[in-house]
Structures are given as structure tokens and as C-alpha cells.
Design a protein around this ligand. Structure first.
Ligand code: EPZ
Length: 426
């Protein structure tokens, strides 16, 4: 199995381009199932997860044109050969579950495997199912599959989510575009990726308003057309590189950043003593840190616009090096501290108590062999490895390949000493 070998202790200097957002791209790809016309997505991140979803779409009969190494993907779902998404495809990546609503809305039936839990928590899909059921879908959960039917089409509904869910908001929005009448989603998630999805759907002829606020209104239409849409830039990738620069020290400018969507992180970085120059117009974020020690900062993860759970592990790596004690509370997922014991292998002093991690900053981390069990946890180890003295080997990097495009190349361009070793080496 491949690993990354990082020789740490080098400052990062230079500039980095931010790729398209994985978590937006996946839902935009699912949107292609709503129409018989081609949807072309530009700024598509070349990632294991997006490639994986394109394979599932092919299995369903979508014509996928996405040459290797390119960032433009054309999806044509003129006719589907199947409306069944099998276990193997959905189990490996939860976002695959979001093909259910679009197929149901367009064809009146779909069968999709339940995704099951994952390393960061149980992650049920009850809110997705309640939303589809409120829109008139008959749902039968049997043998690990959701069999959904709406013979006369989906109908409008007023859906009040009991708590905020990104996936359920997107799923309901996708399905409601072709439902009869006006669907209103309340207590909707406000993540920027939801607004990106709405923009693309509206280009396809949908009538969605309010996306990005807590109330989303969707006036259903008869059918949707094709569209071309540029995937929004990845705020989580940008935030990750910002913290890599803050942890290793140096001066890095991130280009093509959705700056306005990173305010919670920027505040936390400023409080930690990192110099942050955010330019919303130029879409750049410049991160500088010299010899000044980092200060400890407490954070709680929250739905957008709060501090994102997808940046929590990276922030913990940073706080491992801060002066003082910081407390990180994870409020979104019940098991998202798996990076803590691995960071401790590098010399961090972290105690996990339920949903809270207490980090006593140390003045130095030391390289070691580590591994991680999910995407963001893995990249937190990369950040720690960049700041640590000596050599850090990060194992199981297939997690990283799910969500970071050309990670080593981008970091190397800023002076990092990071190489990929195949399983046989090292
Ligand atoms: C999305 O997951 C992202 N994934 C996650 O990113 C991200 O961490 C999460 O939103 C929160 O921002 C994608 O967009 C592909 P939720 P999602 O529904 O939609 C519970 C990454 O690393 N819940 O907002 O699955 C759920 O268990 C990934 O890129 C229910 O109980 O997250 C969680 O505790 C990881 N029932 C909370 O709600 C439901 O029906 C929020 O989950 C749905 C969710």
C-alpha cells in the first residue's frame, strides 16, 4: 500500500491553486440524472471519489466523457439502463446514496443500497428518507436496499428538518426540482456547496431560491435541460493548506479561494496568532507565520457558517503546537477524533473525553510512522508531519486520494519535502 514520506521542519513558501470542491462535485454529478440532456462540469476535481461516482453513473447507463487527467466532465443521462444502485457502489462512498432522489423524481422509481455507517460515525439517512416520503414517495427498506416508487411523480411538501443535514438538504432539493408544486425546506443546511448545486440546477431550468439560507424554496418544473457549470473551489482544501502553512511556518498565498466561506477558520487562525490576508475580490488567502509561537484557541464544530467539522482534524494538528491548552468540541459526528492517538505518536499531548479533545500544546513534534482512518484525519497527519522534525510516514493514503487533488505536487511546489512511496518501498 502506498505511503507518504514527509521530511518535516521546512517552512512553506509560494503559491497554490485550489481545486474544485469534492463535496459540491459529487452532488452536481448526481444532478445529471435529472435530465436527458448533457451536463458539463468544469473545474472537476480529479479524485478517487469523483471517479468512483462516475463509475456508478456509468453502471446506471449515464454516458460519461471524462478523459484521464482532465478537469472537465460531460455526463449524458439521456436514457438510463438501470435505476438500481448496488451495495458495493454505495457502501464505499456515502454520497452515492444521493442518486436515489434524482432517479425517483425523473423515472418514478429507484432502488439504492443503504450506505451503512462509516469510520466517523453511524451517519443514518433517515432525514433523506423522511423528505422523500413527504414528497409522496413509497419507500420500502428491505435487504439493505431502499426501494422507492412514486408512480404519479413526486409532489410538493413543506419539510422541516429536525437538525441540519447537508446531504438531506441536497437530496430533497434535487428531488423537488421535478416535483409538482412548491416544496419548502426549513432548517436547511446553508453550506456553500448547496448554493453551488442550486446555481447549477437553475441553469438546468429548475426554480430554486434561498439556497445558502435556512429556507430553500423549490418550484417544481416539468423537465430540466442540460447545462455547463464550473464546480466551486474547495473551501476545505483551501483551509487545509492554510493550516499547513500556519503549522510549518512560512508565507503561502492560496489562489482561487472561496474566501467568504472560510470566515470561521480565518477568525480562529487570527486568534492563534497567524497572519491572514483574505482578499475576497482577488479570491486569495495569504497565510504567514514566522517565529511567533501559535496561541491556543478553543473551537466547536458547527454547521455552516460555523467552524467546519471537515477542518477539525487539521486544526487539532495546529493546536498540538500552540502555547497553552485548547479544547476542541466535535458536535457533528460522534467518532471524529481518530487522528488524536496518531497525532500523539508524533509527540502531541491530547486527551479525548467524549465529544471533547483537550490539547496541551508542545513546542515540537517528532516524525513517526502513522496511519489514519478517514480523509481529513489523514491530512491532519500530513500537516503535523510537515511541522515535525524528522521523518513521518503516513500510511493508508488512499484516504487522501479520495479528496485531495495532487496533494504532494502542490505542497512540493511550496518547498515541502514529501514523496509518495509505493507499497514495495520504504
Ligand atoms: C457532508 O456529509 C459531507 N459529505 C461531509 O464531508 C461533511 O463532514 C458533512 O456534510 C458535514 O458538513 C459530502 O458532502 C459528500 P450531514 P453528510 O448529513 O451530508 C446526521 C468529508 O470529509 N444525520 O450534514 O453525510 C449525521 O450522522 C465528508 O468530505 C442523520 O442523523 O453530513 C451527522 O451526525 C465527511 N440522519 C449529522 O447528521 C440523516 O438522515 C450531519 O450530517 C442525515 C444525517
Amino acid at each position: 500500500m502506498d505511503k507518504l514520506r514527509i521530511t518535516g521542519g521546512t517552512e512553506l513558501h509560494g503559491s497554490l491553486d485550489i481545486s474544485g470542491a469534492k463535496n459540491s462535485a459529487l452532488k452536481l454529478m448526481a444532478a445529471s440524472l435529472l435530465t436527458a440532456h448533457p451536463v458539463t462540469l468544469t473545474n472537476m476535481p480529479n479524485l478517487a471519489d469523483t471517479r468512483f461516482l462516475s463509475q456508478l453513473l456509468s453502471v446506471l447507463g449515464v454516458e460519461v466523457y471524462w478523459p484521464n487527467g482532465t478537469n472537465e466532465c460531460r455526463l449524458n443521462a439521456e436514457t438510463l439502463s438501470s435505476t438500481i444502485a448496488p451495495y458495493d457502489q454505495v457502501r464505499k462512498m456515502r454520497a452515492s446514496f444521493n442518486v436515489l432522489g434524482p432517479m425517483l423524481a425523473r423515472y418514478g422509481h429507484a432502488t439504492v443500497s443503504l450506505p451503512g455507517g462509516c469510520a466517523i460515525g453511524a451517519r443514518p439517512v433517515d432525514l433523506h428518507l423522511k423528505a422523500l416520503s413527504a414528497m409522496g414517495a413509497d419507500l420500502l427498506v428491505e435487504g439493505g436496499y431502499v426501494k422507492a416508487a412514486a408512480i404519479h411523480g413526486l409532489k410538493s411538501a413543506r419539510i422541516v428538518f429536525p437538525f441540519v443535514s447537508v446531504g438531506a438538504t441536497e437530496h430533497a432539493m434535487l428531488a423537488a426540482t421535478l416535483a409538482k408544486g412548491t416544496t419548502i425546506l426549513e432548517n436547511a443546511a446553508q453550506e456553500p456547496e448547496i448554493a453551488d448545486l442550486a446555481t447549477c440546477l437553475n441553469k438546468m431550468g429548475a426554480d430554486v431560491s434561498g439556497a445558502g439560507t435556512s429556507t430553500v424554496t423549490i418550484n417544481g418544473v416539468e423537465s430540466l435541460s442540460g447545462a455547463q457549470h464550473a464546480v466551486m473551489p474547495d473551501r476545505i482544501e483551501a483551509g487545509t493548506f492554510a493550516m499547513a502553512a500556519a503549522a510549518a511556518g512560512g508565507d503561502v498565498t492560496l489562489q482561487g479561494v472561496p474566501v467568504a466561506s472560510l470566515l470561521a477558520l480565518n477568525d480562529a487562525l487570527l486568534e492563534a496568532g497567524v497572519e491572514v490576508d483574505a482578499d475576497i475580490e482577488a479570491s486569495t488567502l495569504r497565510i504567514r507565520r514566522g517565529q511567533t509561537p501559535l496561541r491556543a484557541v478553543n473551537i466547536n464544530t458547527q454547521p455552516y457558517p460555523g467552524f467546519p467539522t471537515d477542518l477539525q482534524a487539521q486544526f487539532m494538528a495546529l493546536m498540538a503546537l500552540a502555547k497553552g491548552t485548547s479544547i476542541i468540541r466535535e458536535t457533528i459526528f460522534e467518532n471524529r477524533f481518530m487522528h488524536a492517538p496518531e497525532l500523539s505518536r508524533l509527540g502531541a499531548d491530547i486527551a479525548v473525553r467524549g465529544q471533547e479533545a483537550v490539547i496541551n500544546g508542545v513546542s515540537q513534534l517528532y516524525g513517526a510512522e502513522v496511519m489514519a482512518t478517514d480523509l481529513r484525519a489523514s491530512v491532519s497527519l500530513v500537516i503535523a508531519g510537515l511541522a515535525a522534525s524528522g521523518v513521518t510516514d503516513v500510511n493508508r493514503i488512499y484516504h487522501l486520494d479520495r479528496g485531495f487533488e495532487r496533494l504532494e505536487e502542490k505542497l512540493t511546489a511550496c518547498g515541502a519535502n514529501i514523496v509518495r512511496l509505493d507499497g514495495a518501498e520504504g
